[in-house]
Ligand binder design. Structure first.
Ligand SMILES: [Cu+2]
Length: 144
């Protein structure tokens, strides 16, 4: 009886642990790594259909261009109006997932009128999130 319970506990533990293992890439990120959107602020009104600047903030890690493998570095990805993608795969590249593979730390974007979300996600040299993944808080801006 005891063995059956122990086995059941083990299976439960494994099912809890396995999805977590698959939820990150293989490039380690250092403790304390912190990614944030320096501008605009959460809830800020931005001009609709006009370019405005977005600043990428990163602490305790560095920025390296895509394809460059160097410890504790990555490049920025700006997620617009979308949730975080799979953390163990290459970050998609489309109008909702912008890559800054040259090592940019800011950009200009343009949004149609309405409510939009912005979030940063760091990717390694192969555009795969780190382990643990490094991403910012998702903020909302109002374009008008
Ligand atoms: Cu990328």
């Amino acid at each position: 009886m005891y063995r059956i319970i122990a086995l059941a506990a083990l299976v439960t533990l494994a099912s809890l642990a396995l999805p977590n293992l698959a939820m990150a890439g293989t490039t380690p990120s250092p403790p304390g790594a912190h990614l944030y959107i320096g501008y605009p602020n959460d809830g800020q009104v931005v001009p609709a259909n006009k370019p405005f600047r977005v600043w990428f903030g990163l602490r305790y890690m560095g920025v390296a261009p895509k394809g460059v493998k160097y410890p504790n570095t990555g490049h920025h990805h700006l997620l617009i109006d979308t949730d975080l993608p799979s953390m163990d795969q290459e970050i998609p590249s489309d109008r909702n997932h912008l890559h800054f593979g040259a090592g940019e730390t800011e950009t200009m974007i343009q949004l149609p009128p309405g409510k939009h979300t912005l979030q940063l996600l760091l990717g390694d040299d192969m555009h795969i999130p780190h382990n643990p993944p490094v991403y910012s808080k998702k903020i909302t801006v109002i374009a008008r």
